[in-house]
Design a protein around this ligand. Structure first.
Ligand code: URA
Length: 238
């Protein structure tokens, strides 16, 4: 037996708060009857749960990592090549990218069909660190690092949460952020006079790419999956 709201979130219906709204709107039927109570327990093997008239299967909750090459858009559909094309075909309908990398950014991109996990990973509230290696014009200084630590305000008024800049010398830096605003790392470095020429995500929530070749994808191990759940505050919170 499992709580209905948890079942719906794991089946990819949305975050826990989105699921609450779906239930309230009467869009979920259990055994043919509208159900609004998310705390109700269901048996996924026996009870028929429909969302907007479509059956939700037993919850599958996988997490994969991709070593994204440049030239692929992080979207489920686009006129050009998308990151979905780099996943096994069977996953393409239900798995979604966790956040996004720009078309030209390379490196670690996670995918999951677990809606609750996805939302936890991308919410700045959960402070999941994402680490980038950047090559850029100019040389990063300790003053730049202090400005990152303070929390930058970009030209258009966008306020960034405090972040970590580690100058590596020679126009290279490591940047750690806990949020995923549009072109964030590129814009942060550009705002300090250091336009980015190459960007790669090398870590997320403590996960590294290891020896995964560029363009390849694999499922996380149980140990990696558990570590990721801890990093976004899921383990121990339910
Ligand atoms: N920040 C960026 O500027 N681009 C990315 O792809 C990811 C983070």
């Amino acid at each position: 037996m499992e709580r209905l709201d948890k079942f719906l979130a794991n089946a990819g219906a949305g975050s826990r708060s989105q699921v609450k709204l779906l239930l309230k709107a009467g869009r979920v039927l259990v055994n043919g009857r509208p159900e609004t109570n998310g705390s109700r327990h269901i048996d996924p093997q026996k009870d028929a749960v429909l969302l907007d008239g479509s059956a939700l299967g037993a919850p599958r909750s996988g997490v994969w990592m991709l070593n994204k090459p440049a030239g692929f858009v992080t979207a489920t559909e686009d006129s050009g090549p998308t990151v979905m094309e780099l996943l096994p075909k069977a996953m393409r309908k239900t798995f979604r990218p966790v956040g996004r990398l720009d078309k030209d950014t390379e490196g670690l991109l996670l995918f999951t069909d677990d809606g609750d996990l996805l939302h936890r990973l991308i919410s700045p509230r959960n402070q999941v660190p994402k680490v980038y290696y950047a090559r850029h014009e100019g040389i990063a200084t300790q003053e730049d690092a202090a400005a990152f630590a303070q929390g930058l305000t970009l030209k258009d008024g966008t306020v960034c949460l405090p972040a970590r800049l580690e100058p590596l010398g020679n126009g290279e830096s490591r940047v750690t952020v806990c949020e995923g605003k549009y072109h964030q790392v590129r814009r942060m470095l550009a705002s300090r006079g250091m336009p980015v020429t190459y960007l790669e995500r090398i870590q997320e929530g403590g996960l590294c790419l290891g020896d995964l070749p560029r363009g390849a994808a694999r499922e996380l191990t149980e140990k990696e999956r558990r570590a990721l759940e801890i990093a976004c505050g899921r383990k121990g919170s339910e």
